[in-house]
Design a protein around this ligand. Structure first.
Ligand code: MN
Length: 238
């Protein structure tokens, strides 16, 4: 809790703490960093024209790009091809460096359903000239995330249908068993690259069926045994 004395040291008001709802409660999970795994379902790798045998890699979005369940995503600027990628979200209650796979699940607070929204045209343009991905991936409102289901309640899902519908029509339909790198492996790999901390969350990759979404679309996602997420794509910001 900030005291008046601490607040006086900031030259502007501190930004709000991004957070996710905890399902079935009025409690919040504070979000520190938001990491994403690239290319973690074989069929999606094939549809994007890459080799399935490549190891996974990570990129990040700002935590304040989170949009809660029921929210509206303003159609972003500079793109004509914003894609949806439904993903299992993992939220960490503790962290560390070089976490062994057999110690990784104990770090997890809970799981949720997220969408890695992507300005695909800008991502591919950046990729093709070997520039970073932020403009394609880390834009405002690019990370819708539903409420977290605590692992203490649902356990650690390693299988279950992951589905995304646009205006009632199924676009992405996979199963968590199709992940190339499972959740403990993802946590272990990422912790070799950075020190993980409580509050870090990870989007774990998307199954095939990614496609464009436009203003007015209603996107509904569900992961069996985990939860749901629904957002609307709104008009561009003026
Ligand atoms: Mn993704």
């Amino acid at each position: 809790m900030n005291t008046d004395a601490q607040e006086q040291k900031y030259v502007i008001a501190p930004p709000p703490q991004p957070a996710l709802a905890v399902a079935g409660t009025d409690e919040l999970f504070p979000v520190r960093r938001l990491w994403c795994v690239g290319r973690n379902y074989a069929e999606h790798i094939k549809e994007m024209g890459h080799d399935v045998r490549e190891p996974p890699f990570f990129f990040a979005k700002p935590a304040d790009a989170i949009v809660p369940d029921g929210g509206t995503v303003p159609y972003p600027s500079l793109t004509k091809d914003m894609h949806h990628e439904v993903e299992l979200v993992v939220a960490l209650q503790s962290g560390g460096r070089n976490i062994p796979t057999d110690k990784a699940l104990a770090r997890i607070y809970g799981y949720g359903v997220g969408i890695d929204l992507t300005r695909r045209d800008l991502q591919i343009a950046s990729r093709d000239i070997k520039r970073p991905w932020e403009i394609g991936k880390a834009f405002d409102h690019s990370a819708p995330c539903g409420a977290l289901a605590p692992a203490a309640v649902i356990g650690h899902p390693s299988k279950g249908r992951i589905v995304l519908r646009v205006n009632g029509k199924v676009r992405q339909d996979g199963d968590l068993t199709q992940m190339i790198w499972n959740v403990p492996e993802i946590i272990s790999k990422l912790s070799e690259m950075v020190a993980l901390e409580p509050g870090d969350i990870i989007m774990t990759g998307t199954p095939s069926g990614v496609a464009a979404t436009v203003a007015g679309d209603r996107i509904e996602c569900e992961i069996e045994g985990v939860g749901k997420l629904a957002v609307t794509i709104g008009a561009p910001l003026k």
